[in-house]
Design a protein around this ligand. Structure first.
Ligand SMILES: Cc1ncc(COP(=O)(O)O)c(C=O)c1O
Length: 468
């Protein structure tokens, strides 16, 4: 067991802030355990050093003739290549476009596909809002069903493609769900999409950070046409996201953001656009973000994404086994999955569980619907309810059904999982006491130890719980 530990331990060693102490209840110094890697991952110390060194050379990109500008421009261009190669993009045909995050990447694609209102985009019923709302805004969306475990129904997906072909312009699907961690067979889906004459977008926000990923050659029928992912979910929180796709998609038409850097020639009555990716990267680019992501991906490549993925799979199996022993707990989702695990404790609000783990156990995770409300409602078996809008408006999120989510990365450990399990048992055993001690605070939108519910709560958190 844990044969891929050396790579994972090296990663852990290099995580910025891994030994950061926090104050837990009772003014005790505690170790912080971070189980919210699906939201954002911490950066890596060696990369921070490289960024720091590079900053001696920081300068305008594509805009200056100075020595530093030449160096920075060259590095910036090279970052496109490094990042594209990391996911197996065919750089002779594909363009690698830098954006802010996955959300911006998908919005950009939804704009650049120049969809007409009668065009159809088929998505799965397990998508993050970022891979749902942009399509709803620009085309008709058909949802492929998921079963009660949250697994995509491939037969239904195919029947939609068959029924609506040739109106279907795109199949847009997540590589892995941010709720259940369930991994879709995106290459099989690509084959399906191509057989019905449409292209596929993989929302790689939760897959690229967890498994080796290859878009494959354009000549392969299971090639991935478009890929989107975020640097902040793969140890590079410097504001860079990526959209990769065929250059030709971005050749015609105007970019949604227009301005400096996007053009060849501007005349009073006419604009000649630059070639992608420049055309799609309006304004001065995020040079530091590009540098940090490219260097991080090189680091991960060297460590071995396959080894890290195997270690994460072992950790995930361990966590699922331990969670499975807890009779009072329900885990959602099914295999195959990355290390994203959502669950509920019987009769306890998700937000209360999250608060206790935060304030008493020093564990950072997320509770709620994780920007995937339709999927979460489906898994919980609850109906749409307009009253929830009032709850949101009053910040009473304790009244909204949801889940508790841990999201593991290969640098997490078995000991950290054991700590969680110990606390989950403790929460259930002492549930009446916790219910009494914790009050829901609409002002803060969460449960808080009763003694902290007053106006200066935020200061208290910093001073008494976090400020060390
Ligand atoms: C599956 C999935 N898609 C898209 C996104 C949006 O990513 P970002 O917030 O980086 O735009 C997320 C974020 O959690 C996600 O998990």
């Amino acid at each position: 067991m844990f044969t891929n530990k050396p790579a994972a331990m090296k990663l852990r060693h290099d995580i910025k802030g891994i030994d950061q102490k926090i104050l837990v209840k009772g003014n005790k110094k505690g170790k912080y355990i971070y189980f919210d890697n699906a939201a954002s991952t911490p950066p890596l110390i060696p990369i921070l050093k490289e960024v720091n060194d590079y900053l001696n050379w920081y300068s305008g990109v594509h805009r200056g003739t100075g020595y530093k500008s030449l160096v920075s421009s060259r590095i910036y261009d090279e970052c496109h290549e490094i990042i594209g190669k990391f996911v197996g993009a065919d750089l002779s045909t594909d363009t690698v476009i830098f954006v802010k995050n996955t959300t911006e990447a998908i919005n950009k694609l939804s704009y650049r596909l120049q969809l007409k209102s009668q065009d159809i985009v088929v998505i799965s019923a397990m998508e993050h809002h970022s891979n749902e709302l942009p399509w709803r805004a620009r085309a008709q969306v058909k949802y492929a069903n998921v079963d009660n475990n949250g697994t995509l129904d491939l037969n239904h997906m195919e029947s939609l493609l068959k029924r609506y072909h040739p109106q279907v312009k795109l199949l847009a699907v997540c590589g892995a769900s941010n709720v259940t961690g369930h991994v879709n067979d995106v290459h099989l889906l690509a084959k399906m999409a191509h057989a019905y004459g449409c292209k596929i977008l993989v929302d790689g926000a939760q897959l690229v950070p967890h498994q080796p990923f290859n878009m494959k050659a354009h000549s392969d029928s299971d090639h991935i046409d478009f890929l989107a992912f975020s640097g902040h979910k793969i140890y590079a929180p410097f504001g860079l996201g990526v959209l990769i796709g065929p250059r030709e998609t971005f050749m015609s038409g105007a970019p949604e953001y227009q301005g400096g850097g996007t053009i060849k020639l501007v005349m009073k009555n006419q604009v000649f656009w630059a070639n992608p990716p420049d055309k799609e990267e309006a304004g001065s680019p995020n040079m530091v973000g590009a540098f940090a992501l490219a260097r991080t991906l090189k680091y991960l490549d060297k460590l071995g994404m396959d080894k890290l993925a195997k270690h994460e799979a072992e950790l995930t199996a361990y966590a699922l086994e331990k969670l499975g022993d807890l009779k009072f707990l329900k885990v959602y989702g099914s295999q195959p999955r990355v290390g994203v695990i959502s669950f509920n404790l019987k009769d306890l609000p998700h937000a209360l569980v999250g608060a206790i783990l935060c304030f008493e156990a020093g564990i950072g995770l997320r509770t709620g619907c994780f920007c995937a409300q339709n999927y979460v409602r489906h898994l919980l078996g609850v109906k749409e309810d307009y009253q929830q809008l009032e709850f949101y408006e009053r910040n009473e999120i304790d009244k909204i059904p949801g889940m508790v989510r841990i999201s593991l990365a290969p640098y997490n450990t078995r000991e950290e999982i054991d700590h969680l399990i110990k606390w989950l048992r403790c929460i259930v055993e002492n549930r009446y006491e916790f219910r009494r001690r914790y009050k829901f605070s609409p002002v803060h939108g969460g449960f808080i130890p009763a003694e902290l519910i007053h106006k200066g709560y935020i200061d208290d958190v910093y001073n008494r719980y976090m400020g060390l």
